[in-house]
Design a protein around this ligand. Structure first.
Ligand SMILES: [Zn+2]
Length: 298
């Protein structure tokens, strides 16, 4: 190869390498653009459990986002709940995690350290708790505050949809306001025994005097001593009503009812149900109707 031919060969090789280089770089750029679209496109929102999911479903209606709920606990509510592998996958792909707050999500510290980029919206910010009870969705007034907290939290994160979140929250809260107006006044000052701490918020909305709270749940075996004590309390303090949860409270409630003649109302704690957007309103309306019926027996 003479010198000129050698130069032509080298130049051709350089041009070829440059062309290949440009092709590789442009493929890379177009791929990273695709990844960008996946990262900054539709907002992915996960809720910690049922009442938060139903609130978020109403607030995000018509907004182009992905909404999902953690897997439902098999028993009771979130106390002692352990995240499943499916939950962890959901959270790893999520932008926002909406929690009830107030200590309900005992797994929260782990989530914060495992997913440092996940934005947390705490629905119970600024709500007056009944002691360390975190079942505030059971008060319609507090649930309305949770709705506002969720809408404000989402609006701050997802500015483009802020108007949608605020408008939806206003529409949902006006329905809840109407529901709140259905709460009977007949129970004001009346004594009650509760067979689940979830009802403390409802009892507060009804202005009832809570005498005793027995938190009957899946882990609790009712002892004969507890039954005897509850019967005594009801007889001595002349308590007319027990509000109980059906699944775990019925056995105890029926024994006490037979012994004392106390009235028992079984209400929904709204920790599970269908995934229809009106399901909180329907469940709470049915609670209120049962309470109205119970009041008419008095
Ligand atoms: Zn609970």
């Amino acid at each position: 190869m003479n010198k000129t031919k050698k130069n032509i060969f080298l130049i051709t090789l350089l041009i070829l390498l440059s062309v290949i280089g440009i092709i590789i770089i442009s493929i890379g750029v177009s791929m990273s653009k695709k990844n960008d679209a996946a990262d900054h496109g539709t907002l992915t929102v996960v809720t910690s459990f049922y009442p938060m999911y139903i609130a978020a479903l109403n607030i995000t209606e018509r907004a182009d986002i992905n909404l999902s709920n953690l897997s439902e606990p098999q028993t009771g509510c979130l106390h002692d709940y352990q995240l499943t592998t499916e939950d962890m996958k959901l959270l790893s792909e999520a932008d926002v995690f909406i929690i009830n707050g107030g200590g309900m999500e005992e797994f929260l510290d782990g989530v914060i350290s495992d997913y440092p980029n996940l934005k947390i919206v705490d629905a119970s910010q600024g709500i007056d708790k009944v002691e360390d009870n975190a079942h505030m969705w059971m008060s319609i007034a507090d649930y309305m505050k949770q709705v506002n907290n969720i809408a404000n939290g989402l609006s701050a994160i997802d500015n483009a949809n802020a108007d949608i979140y605020r408008d939806n929250a206003a529409v949902y809260n006006s329905k809840l306001e109407e529901l709140k107006g259905m709460i009977p006044d007949t129970y004001r000052g009346s004594k009650v025994v509760l067979f689940s701490e979830a009802y403390e918020y409802l009892a507060r909305d009804l202005s009832m005097e809570v005498e005793t709270v027995l938190d009957l749940d899946e882990e609790k075996n009712i002892s004969a001593k507890e039954v005897a004590e509850t019967v005594d309390v009801i007889k001595q303090r002349n308590i007319p009503l027990i509000i109980s949860e059906k699944q775990y409270g019925e056995k105890m409630a029926e024994i006490v009812k037979n012994d004392t003649g106390v009235k028992v109302v079984y209400l929904d704690t709204i920790i599970r149900g269908n995934y229809d957007k009106d399901s909180y309103i329907n469940a709470m309306r049915s609670n209120i109707e049962l309470l109205r019926e119970a009041a008419s027996w008095k």
